[in-house]
Design a protein around this ligand. Structure first.
Ligand SMILES: Nc1ncnc2c1ncn2[C@@H]1O[C@H](COP(=O)(O)OP(=O)(O)OP(=O)(O)O)[C@@H](O)[C@H]1O
Ligand SMILES: [Mg+2]
Length: 329
């Protein structure tokens, strides 16, 4: 029997807590390995729920800093009045209510990694202070006489188009380039659909274990639905949807009814609809349906007949019968 010292090696689709087989995500795995060996500042770009925090934890865990702290700070969740002392700390008595010296996040992350989420929300003052710290590698706690050196790898993340914010003057260009030494783009889940089934199965396994439930494999129909859905909440949404299905399913057979309507009822992208007035005659409905189907297939009679499940000959007859010839020219 063969043992792997690193449990990841036997499954190339798993990388720390991340799962994925598409080139897009495999490329992310590779970049994580490359940047983990260095101390460069990293910028993570990706929609909400694409795994930015997970990626930053992975970079930290694979770096020489792994035994030192990983500190996360959500810039969007700190009020502008507190942000400077939150990041850089303050001395005792620095201002009213500062009864004790407080370590800032940078100091707490010393030797390790500071993950700064939602960096696009920083105001101008904070941006300037941060730029100074990134350039000098020193922090200046509020009320302190001297600045102190810090050795911190910074990873910034945003789900906004940062370059656009630079153009609008909302985000400093010099700070953008400070962050942007290496940019890691995590594509939305709908752009890497091949990852959907394996991520779904991974969470089926994980939640199955949590709830001590066993399941039959998902049906083709469920896979198709999961793949066709556009996942605005990305992997977080998929994870939650599988969690929900595991909780709701009692007999080991996960079916459509265990999924939210938004996923099961979503139509194929190119579906078209027509409105029919209740009270129309069958003949009128037939005429409208044929007309709309012809429109939908740009007048292609073969496709139209196929969709209506009638022969080409019947379609020709009906076109004549309903006087639809005109619209075909
Ligand atoms: N490739 C993946 N495989 C498995 N799970 C993933 C993957 N990507 C993300 N997740 C899971 O999805 C959830 C959201 O991930 P994470 O918090 O890292 O996203 P985020 O990009 O930081 O989101 P936000 O912008 O909302 O903060 C987490 O529970 C994480 O475990
Ligand atoms: Mg996050």
């Amino acid at each position: 029997m063969k043992f792997f010292s690193n449990g990841l090696k036997d499954n190339p689709y798993k990388f720390d807590g991340l799962t994925g087989k598409t080139d897009a995500i495999q490329q992310v795995f590779k970049l994580i390995e490359q940047v983990a060996r260095t101390n460069v500042t990293v910028l993570l770009l990706g929609e909400s729920g694409t795994g930015k925090e997970l990626v930053s934890r992975s970079i930290h865990a694979r770096s020489a800093r792994a035994k030192k702290p990983f500190i996360a700070v959500n810039m969007g969740a700190i009020s502008p009045e507190l942000v400077i002392s939150e990041l850089f700390g303050h001395e005792k008595g620095a201002y009213t209510g500062a009864h004790e010296r407080k370590e800032g996040r940078f100091e707490r992350a010393n030797g390790g990694t500071l993950f700064m989420d939602e960096i696009s929300t920083m105001d101008q003052r904070t941006q300037i202070s941060l730029l100074r710290v990134l350039e000098s590698r020193h922090i200046h706690p509020v009320g302190a006489r001297n600045s102190i050196p810090v050795d911190v790898r910074v990873i910034g993340a945003t789900n906004k188009d940062l370059l656009e914010l630079v153009k609008e003057g909302q985000f400093r260009e010099d700070l953008y380039y400070r962050f942007n030494v290496v940019t890691l783009n995590i594509p939305p889940l709908r752009e890497r659909k091949e990852d959907i089934p394996i991520i779904a199965n991974e969470y089926l396994r994980i939640y199955g274990k949590t709830y001590k439930k066993k399941f039959k494999p998902l049906s083709e129909e469920i896979y198709t639905r999961l793949i066709n859905y556009h996942w605005p909440g990305n992997v977080r949404e998929l994870k939650n949807v599988i969690h929900r299905a595991v909780v709701l399913c009692e007999d080991g057979n996960i079916t459509a009814r265990h999924f939210p309507g938004r996923i099961i009822n979503e139509d194929d992208d190119n579906s078209a609809y027509m409105r029919i007035k209740v009270g129309s005659s069958l003949k009128e409905v037939e005429k409208t349906l044929i007309k709309e189907t012809l429109f939908h297939f740009n007048g292609n009679k073969q496709e139209t007949a196929k969709a209506l499940k009638i022969s080409r000959k019947s379609l020709y007859n009906k076109i004549k019968e309903h006087a639809l010839d005109d619209m075909l020219h």
